[in-house]
Design a protein around this ligand. Structure first.
Ligand code: 4NP
Length: 154
């Protein structure tokens, strides 16, 4: 079987997707899962930047260090490099679907489609919100991370 490779995608790659990356890395390490992990944004606004300080602080409070990550933009080639492209909201989904290259078999899907009872829901954008919104983001992405680890272990 090919080694799974998981890419988390949001708009800016400084809040939700680096938090998802950190949550999933922690869960995968706990489970001893061999998996490639990365994140990207559909927009180029924050390319080369570290995650938002609020995202870093929330992840750190939950035991995940994400301060070394740097923003990058989603590219068509990602659909050949990753087995899973997991997006945060419906706008990310439309933007990702628009650049799926011919010949790739990976299709973008909503991250919360992995969580029972949350299918079709979005991970809300916390960028313009307060600290509590980042806690909500952590809650969503860590639930999805646990569900993904459980499904990849099977
Ligand atoms: P993210 O949050 O997509 O979760 O990284 C955002 C970050 C930046 C912006 C919007 C959302 N922005 O407009 O700069």
């Amino acid at each position: 079987m090919t080694r799974p490779a998981v890419l988390f995608v949001c708009l800016g790659n400084i809040c939700r997707s680096p938090m998802a990356e950190g949550a999933f890395r922690a869960e995968a390490e706990r489970a001893g899962l061999d998996v490639a992990i990365d994140s990207a944004g559909t927009a180029a606004y924050h390319v080369g930047e570290p995650p938002d300080p609020r995202a870093q602080a929330t992840a750190r409070a939950h035991g995940a260090e994400i301060g070394h990550l740097r923003g990058r933009q989603l590219v068509a080639e990602d659909f050949f490099r990753f087995t899973h492209v997991l997006v945060m909201d419906h706008s990310n989904l439309a933007n990702a679907q628009a650049i799926v290259p011919p010949g790739s078999i990976t299709r973008p899907m909503l991250l919360l489609d992995l969580v029972a009872g949350r299918e079709g829901a979005a991970v809300a954008d916390p960028y313009y919100g307060g600290e509590e919104h980042f806690e909500d983001t952590w809650d969503d992405v860590s639930r999805a991370a646990r569900a993904l680890v459980a499904s990849l272990r099977q």
